[in-house]
Write a protein that binds this ligand. Structure first.
Ligand SMILES: *[C@@H]1O[C@H](CO)[C@@H](O)[C@H](O)[C@H]1NC(C)=O
Ligand SMILES: *[C@@H]1O[C@H](CO)[C@@H](O)[C@H](O)[C@H]1NC(C)=O
Length: 264
């Protein structure tokens, strides 16, 4: 979880429906690909998913489906109704105009629509993913530059954290360690500041701040916001097998900080 301090689950409602109390024993989570920007890596593929995100979800008992860019609305809707959530990874795609942002927005809209119909679909955003969600919810880019590149920080957890989906089940010692020790890695040069967050009604109404941090210059930014689960499934096991990330092999990329990357 200390992949980066910028973590988010999309919280739609504090009232789980009854069926949400069932346990999903076979969660399958999508990870959204993004455009390959590193010129050295373009020869491997135009889009990629860094392998650590796959391992991160696997280590929590999920299987993973790569969600490719530039699919049709129908294709995205079909994937949406087959998977139990989506992870929007870190990276450096444009937050409004990239194919990454367009696909992410589709899932965001489908998640809201599903929620209105009594269903729910969690969206997790790490770093770029969180930044995308902030821009998407606010309807404009409220991010500002911060001096928060390559720095490990303890989380300043808010009162909302203790009862949040994200943190409530943390063992007390881990919760305490997160607050006291520099366990979260920050690799971002823009942030949503606490001030900008609180000044924006859309953000204030949609998310609760779970933790904050200060950058090297003392600017206070939101490091986590809030959370949820789903019973979507693929139509049959054949379709499920064909969609899983295990049909692909990650490539060893020693020049990347990710070390292993899936290219498409
Ligand atoms: C996605 O579509 C855009 C616009 O048509 C195009 O510029 C881009 O190269 C496409 N990217 C991929 C990975 O297919
Ligand atoms: C922690 O956050 C609170 C507001 O939630 C703020 O008043 C306090 O100054 C912060 N402390 C640190 C060490 O950042």
């Amino acid at each position: 979880m200390a992949h980066t301090a910028l973590l988010l689950l999309l919280a739609c409602s504090p009232f789980p429906r009854l069926h949400t109390l069932q346990l999903n024993q076979r969660p399958i989570i999508g990870i959204l690909a993004q455009e390959t920007l590193d010129a050295d890596h373009l020869l491997y593929g135009e889009t990629y998913i860094a392998a650590p995100y796959v391992k991160y979800l696997e280590s929590h008992g999920c299987r993973v489906v790569p969600v490719r860019l530039n699919l049709t609305n129908d294709e995205y809707e079909r994937i949406f109704s087959s998977i139990n959530g989506i992870l929007l990874p870190g990276g450096s795609s444009n937050l409004e105009t990239s194919a990454f942002a367009k696909a992410a927005k589709k899932f965001y809209e489908l998640a809201l629509k599903a929620f209105d119909a009594g269903d729910y679909f969690p969206i997790w955003g790490t770093c770029l993913g969180l930044q995308f969600l902030v821009v998407c919810t606010a309807g404009k880019n409220l991010l500002t530059n911060t001096d928060s590149e390559n720095i490990a920080l303890p989380l300043n957890l808010t009162n909302a954290a203790a009862s949040s989906k994200m943190f409530q089940k943390f063992p007390p010692d881990v919760y305490k360690a997160l607050s006291n020790e520099p366990l979260t890695a920050n690799f971002h040069h823009v942030s949503i500041t606490v001030k900008a967050f609180l000044e924006n009604e859309k953000l204030r109404k949609f998310y609760s701040i779970l933790s904050t941090n200060h950058d090297r210059k003392g600017v206070e930014f939101v490091s986590s916001m809030e959370a949820r689960k789903s019973f979507h499934r693929f139509r049959n096991s054949q379709e499920e097998r064909a969609a899983l990330i295990y049909n692909y092999s990650p490539r060893y990329v020693p020049t990347s900080s990710y070390i292993q990357i899936y290219f498409f």
